[in-house]
Write a protein that binds this ligand. Structure first.
Ligand code: C2E
Ligand code: CA
Ligand code: CA
Length: 720
């Protein structure tokens, strides 16, 4: 359960890391650019709109009073007639009176009517009171001297803001030039000059914008065109400029904030990327960078056209190097390795430091041979870093793209590819020599199985999913049952019936084998006790004890305690040790074997002749049984004269050392006959029986007992 929990938390960690990386990949900074542009455009539009409105309102207020003035003069003319006109003349008004058809009846002053003419529709009135019916239409003509009206359509005119601004700035500038100490005056002097738009008094600047306003007279049969002026004092202008300036400042501040925000979000992005993409130890590229950039390259078209391989380059025994020297020294070396690897990268190739002594690379290649050679050269170059120490490197390669590799670019997963490269690298584990290995799917499946077994082992043990099978051993002379070997089987609810070859080597590696050995000894001892109690004629049963177990100091005591706990006499339990075990600590081995023998357990050497030459061990170890490996009876050599010589000599050797012999894996009668002729004590093989469950084995014991009684009775009868 604990292992399962560990695996799960590892998985959640992996998911978390991936999420972080995906978040990083989604660069949101660019979003602030359109947001900034839209906000700026909006601010500019609102500012221009408001500025236009303010300008328009102030122009229209002035236009209104000019129109009222013209209308009142027209009214005075209607009531006063010619006398009034004379009065107008006397007052130097500039006007023209004309008939409906355009015939001029009378005029005074310089008639400087411009070319733009038509109605001006007041917008402001509708704006202020939108429900008001109809618009005020004022009949206007531009003035030649200052044309700030624009023909909008055939019969309408409007203000020309660019012309107005032009006039404003031009006139203000020239006024300031001529009279730098302008001050607002108490009164606006009368405009005597018809030609100038701007009249300067020594005290104040007044901007005058001339235009002609037409007012109907005499019931609409005549029209009075009056030259009027829209005047702006300096104080008005200051107010206007202040208002517009304030608006401008507000909008500029908003835009400034937005700009700052945009820049800082880009800066943040860059900073975050720098933190994530820089490796803490080597100061080069980090694991995150490998995932980020590697995936970019893998998904690019380049990967579709070129061969790419993920590589896991490992500095072998990095931990050992740190222990011997120092962590700082180790990290300095890693940084140097990283720097040198970086120099070897071509365009679009990626190199990063992962963890400890592991580096990841994404390399372009043409052929696997060329890639292997390149990696060998890289390793050679890295070994030059430290000439005093011999450094070793393992490189695992997983081809990920290119011809012959059908993987969807969209689904490319750089992390998985690196894991594959890591799997390939792991095949070189245990070797201190540098080397290059390529990824093989079988290796991955094997690794997955190892992980699964490791995950399920404890639960399987607790649920008693492991079964004890018994393979009988027979006397080849008499075909009598002499013993049995207990062999484990796994009846898994998930994976079905699993033979020991699929899980015992895994347990031997991960250390779980010691618990399995205990489990087997306990079960065999209990079975034997039960069978003894049930009156079966029991024979010794051998149990395999792994080499890993023999490292334990008090192994003999442990076994003794377990067998005693079941109440089984020790002579019914035999301990099998594999030949390879004899290579470990010899003295400890002898001690344990001696103790076991003192306790009354028989000890056998399993798999004798299976590869290790342990004749020497035979000399030193006080063993009881020699188990000839099944290899002796398999293959072509088995039937040859030489094969037979070896077997018979091995039996002879065992006999002279006072050991019993068991031949394993015997399948055919000829072999049984031969072994019988050579004096082999027992045969354990399919010829007699395959490993079987306990209840079947019980029957074997029973039939053996019956045969024995039968044979005994026969012998007694013969004697009589
Ligand atoms: P082993 O200890 O050498 O066991 C003998 C193996 O040879 C058994 O394989 C048995 O089924 C097989 N065998 C016996 N006679 C014949 C035959 O005539 N022909 C053929 N082809 N095979 C025969 P099994 O049960 O698959 O076990 C394989 C190995 O797994 C064992 O080899 C032993 O090393 C290990 N093992 C099995 N059970 C245990 C256990 O409880 N503890 C430990 N530590 N190892 C175990
Ligand atoms: Ca065995
Ligand atoms: Ca064996």
């Amino acid at each position: 359960m604990k292992e399962r929990g560990g695996a799960m938390s590892e998985e959640t960690n992996r998911m978390k890391k991936r999420k972080k990386y995906l978040k990083l990949r989604k660069n949101h900074a660019w979003v602030s650019i359109p947001v900034f542009l839209i906000t700026s455009a909006w601010c500019a539009m609102v500012f221009l709109g408001l500025a236009g409105l303010v300008l328009q309102l102030s122009l229209e207020t002035r236009l209104d009073s000019a129109a009222d003035y013209a209308a009142s003069l027209a009214g005075m003319y209607e009531t006063g007639g010619g006398e009034m006109l004379e009065m107008f003349d006397a007052q130097h008004l500039t006007y023209r009176l004309e008939q409906e058809d355009g015939k001029v009846l009378r005029q005074n002053g310089v008639i400087s009517i411009g070319s733009q003419k038509g109605y001006y529709e007041r917008v402001s009135e509708n704006l202020v009171t939108p429900v008001s019916l109809g618009r005020t239409r004022i009949s206007l003509y531009s003035d030649q001297s200052s044309p700030f009206l624009r023909q909008f359509s055939a019969d309408t005119v409007c203000f020309d803001y660019s012309a107005i601004c032009n006039i404003f700035f031009h006139e203000i500038a020239s006024a300031v030039r001529t009279n730098p100490q302008m001050l607002p005056a108490e009164e606006v002097p009368e405009a005597e000059d018809d030609t100038g738009d701007v009249v300067e008094s020594p005290e104040e600047l007044v901007l005058r914008m001339p235009l002609w306003i037409a007012a109907d007279a005499n019931g609409g049969t005549e029209r009075l065109l009056l030259r009027s002026e829209m005047t702006f004092r300096l104080s008005d202008l200051i107010m206007l400029v202040f208002l517009l300036g304030s608006l401008l400042v507000v909008f500029l501040v908003i835009i400034g904030f937005m700009l700052f925000d945009t820049i800082s979000s880009f800066a943040d992005q860059a900073r975050i990327s720098r933190i994530y993409f820089t490796d803490f130890t080597t100061k080069g590229r980090s694991r995150m960078w490998y995932l980020f950039r590697g995936e970019q390259v893998l998904r690019s078209r380049y990967a579709g056209k070129n061969r790419l391989a993920a590589v896991n380059l490992r500095f072998v025994r990095y931990q050992g190097f740190c222990v011997c020297h120092s962590l700082a020294e180790g990290e300095r070396l890693l940084a140097e390795i990283h720097r040198r690897l970086d120099q070897q990268m071509h365009k679009r190739e990626v190199c990063a430091h992962m963890t400890d002594g592991d580096f990841a690379m994404l390399l372009h290649y043409d052929t696997e041979e060329a890639l292997a050679e390149r990696l060998q050269n890289m390793i050679g170059m890295l070994q030059q870093i430290e000439t005093e120490h011999s450094l070793a490197f393992h490189a695992g390669v997983a081809p990920v793209s290119g011809t012959g590799i059908r993987k969807s670019r969209k689904k490319a997963d750089i992390e998985l590819e690196f894991t594959h490269a890591g799997n390939a690298c792991a095949t070189l584990d245990g070797s201190d020599e540098s080397g290059v290995a390529f990824f093989d799917q079988k290796l991955v499946d094997e690794q997955k199985w190892v992980d699964t077994v490791t995950e399920y082992q404890r639960r399987a043990l607790e649920n008693e999913e492991f079964l004890v099978y018994y393979q009988p051993k027979y006397d080849p002379q008499t075909s009598q049952l002499r013993g049995a070997e207990a062999l484990i089987r796994w009846q898994s609810p998930e994976f079905g019936f699993v033979p020991p070859g699929r899980f015992i080597p895994i347990f031997e590696k991960n250390g779980f084998i010691t618990e399995i050995d205990h489990y087997m000894i306990q079960h065999v001892a209990e079975d034997q006790r039960r069978w003894l109690d049930a009156g079966f004629s029991c024979v010794p049963v051998s149990v395999n004890v792994s080499r890993a177990h023999f490292i334990e100091n008090n192994l003999a005591e442990q076994i003794c305690d377990m067998v005693d706990a079941a109440g089984t006499p020790h002579r019914f339990i035999e301990i099998e040790l594999t030949e390879s075990a004899f290579f470990d600590d010899k003295k400890a081995m002898i001690r344990t074997i001696t103790k076991l023998k003192e306790y009354g357990f028989a000890v056998s050497m399993d798999d004798f002749g299976s590869g290790y030459s342990s004749l020497n061990s035979l000399k030193d170890m006080p063993l009881d049984v020699l188990k000839l490996d099944a290899e002796f009876f398999r293959g072509e050599a088995a039937d040859t004269n030489r094969g037979e010589i070896v077997v018979s000599e091995a039996i002879r050797l065992a006999k002279s050392l006072h050991m019993r012999t068991v031949a394993e894996g015997v399948e055919v009668k000829e072999q049984v006959d031969f072994l019988a002729s050579q004096g082999c004590d027992m045969i354990q093989g399919y010829y007699f029986a395959k490993p079987m469950p306990g209840n079947e084995y019980e029957q074997r014991m029973e039939s053996n007992a019956q045969e024995q009684t039968g044979a005994l009775q026969e012998a007694v009868a013969v004697q009589e």
